[in-house]
Design a protein around this ligand. Structure first.
Ligand SMILES: C[S@@+](CC[C@H](N)C(=O)[O-])C[C@H]1O[C@@H](n2cnc3c(N)ncnc32)[C@H](O)[C@@H]1O
Length: 466
């Protein structure tokens, strides 16, 4: 927690390293992780309670200790004397006797009520300040609460469900890259088939890095909505129907989650609904059957070009893909001729507000001022994607954020000032998923789908003169 505060460390990168270095394993590791992640997620609520119980603003290190104690007292089943005792000992050891006395007094006050008793005392009244109320009760910054409420069309009840889902530990979702692995293979390692994506499997426990298919990059960890937005792009029939479908582009590919799936589908086809594990021969045979099923199941035989502006991220893409050509390239300064790609994935850099449940401290780090700058880049990249695709081809605009200024506003602006763009109803290409919104966009939600809040727009390129 000190590293997160002082040097902007990422908890989910640092924590596994610390546990390894200190040899903390099993249940102890789970406890340490819950202490750190839970405290970081909940500190918006805890700070409001700490403020009410203190007569002065604590120093940052003391404040972190108070948050850690508050999390144990209010959200974990740690006996109060142990929560107070261990926190006070920690402060005495690391900070000093005076601070320990202060922490002892504050934690005792906090321990005098349960979280359900504290919330009505510290949270603004829901009727007068609904966003402020939700911000304190669900520990999110107020501007994010407002952005989520806007994206959900103003529904306060559903906003609360979303915020609660953000505070849950997400399931680890795996992707079996078609032609390289299968859900059946992942099931042998204890994963269960996913709810929507034909390539998804949920891992309840265990280290995904230990699974052979993952170590060999035949499978990977990937949110189910990330899989589905990539799949949707491959399912859109191109115009003309019997025209070419050979060259795909992933414009912002690093670190390579979507590129890994697109690369496999490009090579082997979309094997959706076809059971059985995949040796390359089986896959060929099934891809043949699938070819007859209609234009929406991609039969295989395309090639992916994957680029990222950052060299080290392009390298990660190269490590996780097999057939794709990978380059370090700026999507706003194309390294390719215009109009040559049949399908383009633009998974744009964004605030990541749709994946807050994965990064405990992320909600406190994001800043609304970044949205304007990101918006300019998102528009330029979308123009770049539309320039890169051929007439009759299709572009997927994807963000891992439901913020309207990064999603429908960007798409509306860019499509509105070009005469060569037709917006498709993206929901049509994901018929297996309900609750995707009113269209033509697709919006996934953690509380509805158990996925990240991914956004998808599908845009067909027309001839400019048409
Ligand atoms: C949301 S991430 C992409 C995630 C990736 N598609 C995946 O599924 O793993 C956005 C990526 O865009 C890259 N990026 C930012 N500006 C770019 C630009 N001008 N051209 C190309 N890539 C860019 C970032 O380096 C980052 O890797």
């Amino acid at each position: 927690m000190r590293a997160v505060d002082e040097r902007d460390a990422y908890a989910n990168l640092l924590m596994p390293r610390l546990l390894r270095e200190r040899g903390i394993k099993g249940r102890d590791a789970a406890l340490a992780t819950e202490l750190a992640y839970g405290t970081l997620r909940g500190l918006g609520t805890y700070d409001a309670i700490i403020e009410m119980c203190s007569d002065r603003a604590p120093d940052p290190a003391v404040r972190d200790a108070l948050r850690l104690g508050a999390h144990q007292l209010l959200q974990m089943r740690v006996p109060p004397h142990a929560a107070v005792g261990t926190t006070v000992d920690l402060v005495r050891l690391r900070i000093g006797a005076g601070a320990a006395k202060f922490v002892n007094a504050v934690l005792r006050k906090i321990a005098s009520r349960t979280i359900d008793e504290w919330l009505p005392i510290v949270a603004p009244d829901a009727a007068h300040d609904p966003a402020g109320h939700l911000a304190v009760t669900h520990s999110h910054p107020r501007w994010i609460v407002s952005a989520f409420r806007d994206a959900l069309g103003g529904a306060a009840g559903e906003t609360a469900d979303l915020l609660a889902a953000d505070n849950e530990r997400p399931l680890v979702t795996l992707v079996a890259r078609p032609g390289r692995s299968s859900v059946e293979e992942l099931a042998e390692s204890g994963a269960e088939p996913g709810r929507y994506s034909p390539y998804a499997a949920y891992l309840q426990e265990g280290d995904p890095g230990q699974i052979r298919a993952i170590a060999e990059t035949r499978a990977a960890v990937q949110d189910e909505a990330s899989q589905l937005v990539a799949l949707a792009l491959t399912r859109v029939p191109l115009v003309p129907l019997d025209g070419q479908d050979e060259l795909w582009l992933d414009l912002c590919a690093g670190p390579g989650g979507k590129a890994g799936l697109l690369d496999a589908i490009a090579a082997y086809g979309d094997l959706e609904g076809l059971a059985g594990s995949g040796t390359p021969d089986d896959v060929e045979a099934r891809a043949g059957q699938r070819r007859e099923a209609g234009p929406e199941a991609f039969p295989g035989g395309a090639r992916l070009l994957a680029g990222d502006v950052q060299y080290h991220r392009a390298r990660l893409v190269w490590q996780t893909t097999r057939e794709a050509a990978v380059i370090a390239a700026d999507g706003t300064e194309p390294a390719w001729r215009p109009g040559v790609f049949d399908r383009v994935m633009l998974d744009a850099p964004c605030t990541g507000l749709g994946a807050l449940r994965r990064r405990p401290e992320a909600r406190w780090r994001r800043d609304p001022s970044s949205i304007a700058e990101l918006g300019r880049l998102q528009r330029r990249l979308l123009d770049g994607a539309l320039d890169a695709v051929r007439p009759g081809g299709v572009v997927a605009y994807v963000t891992c954020s439901p913020h309207l200024a990064e999603t429908r506003v960007v798409v509306g602006d860019v499509a509105g000032r070009r005469d060569d763009v037709e917006q498709l109803d993206a929901r049509r290409y994901l018929p297996e998923v309900d609750g995707l919104g009113e269209g033509p966009y697709v919006q996934f939600w953690p509380h509805r789908h158990g996925t990240d809040a991914m956004f998808l727009a599908l845009l067909r390129k027309r001839d400019g003169a048409a």
